[in-house]
Design a protein around this ligand. Sequence first.
Ligand code: NAD
Length: 499
Amino acid sequence: MKTIDHWINGSPAPGTSTRSAPVWNPATGREQARVPLAAPADVDAAVSAAGAAFDAWRDSSLSQRTRIMFAFRELLVRHEDELAELVSAEHGKVIDDARGEIVRGREVVEYACGIAQELKGGHSDQVSRGVDVHTLRQPLGVCAGITPFNFPVMVPLWMHPIAIATGNTFVLKPSERDPSASTLIARLYAEAGLPDGVFNVVHGDREAVDAVLDHPGIAAVSFVGSTPIARYVHQRATAAGKRVQALGGAKNHAVVLPDADLDFAADQLTAAAFGSAGERCMAVSVAVAVGDAADALVAVLEHRARAIRVGPGNDPDTDMGPLITQAARERIEAAVGAAAAQGATVVVDGRGLKVDGHEDGFFVGPSVLDNVTPAMDAYREELFGPVLAVVRAATLDEAIALINANPYGNGTAIFTADGGAARRFQRAVNVGMVGVNVPIPVPMSYYSFGGWKDSLIGDSPIHGPEGVRFYTRPKVITTRWPHTNTAASPAAFSFPTAG
Ligand code: NAD
């Protein structure tokens, strides 16, 4: 059985822990590797390596850092196939979808290649006689990332390229369910010339996370995952005095107005609900059909959902792969059953699906539920699977009120041909990322990604300018050279004001 190593101080490391977990192939239902679950001593070894590397790395020139980022970017391009196959084999998503996350993650590296532009400070000449002010942004020290299973390449790439390019060192604790991509990323950084200890990977579960949250050598923690864990991470790490960004779960609504092109909207919704088997934080899990749109929309959605080809992610004919675990499969099947029991209409039922030749895989078919109400569990819970709930609303205002009453606020979209309605929607909706005829409005890397309400705990979105702000702290320097102009700088006992 293959064992996946940690990556500490520039080399693979087996770690000291005796605990390990299975890494499944979700398409076959078979265990394909074991991942060690780090003990606190393993986290400490990674933090020590990152701490020891920090002084030299923060003193590296911007040119050196950007050269390494450019080289790393080239290696991501060259190893795209290998990365996509690893992701598909451990996560289950189709290869093209895995490529998509690699490309979107790589765009953050491209942003980090231009970090010199983002780190420019300000300068004010002659704020007082003979006095100038300038600003710097300096790195924090050792930063840590804790990431979810659903984007094993992209989500860590939201974090470490910016942290590293701004002069920090990094310890990544990726999801233990699909850990291999992170070890490959560490190899690519090393090949790109990143000094030992600047990027480290420690595999593990709650024990490793707690060791990260409590470690006095870590200055900042970036977390992406479910809301309860985001809240836990935020509370525990801020209590330990760390800077924390913590992105949580989602329940993303797409509103369809009667004037929308229903075929277009249904195509987009189908892809956004069932792509990656619904295991995306920006997946559309609720369609809000407004007024007359409902019956026609549900009819097209049914047709589209039934046409989805479910199979292993490495089959080019597959649209949708399996779920991440057997437990996830059982949870989704139970949720569809509970929705039916609570009064939803099961228009397409994904339960009980068997894929030929992959009978033990963690497959569930797509489900479309109609007449869902806000009181039902299928509406209230983040299912994180291939289930699209249709809620009917009489007006756009009712649809907006529904979204604003939902505790999550990650992404939302509106499908319409009416610019005025779209404008009203985008201004009134309490959600961090909004699409107009775009179902999954994930911001480009030079903007920042982040939801509102329970989808983001604390106040810091991720990557883009907010990422630079998160991984640096400002310093303001006020300068006088009295040797050249002593008469203009008499010492004063009263509080200094500009002369
Ligand atoms: P998760 O919260 O179970 O796990 C995320 C990380 O936390 C993993 O590294 C895991 O090892 C660790 N963890 C899990 N349980 C823990 C515990 N009890 N104590 C300490 N650490 C723990 O999330 P997941 O199932 O891997 O990913 C799916 C979730 O992530 C969904 O809720 C999804 O919406 C969310 N997500 C959000 C975004 C976003 O940008 N807002 C992006 C991707 C995924």
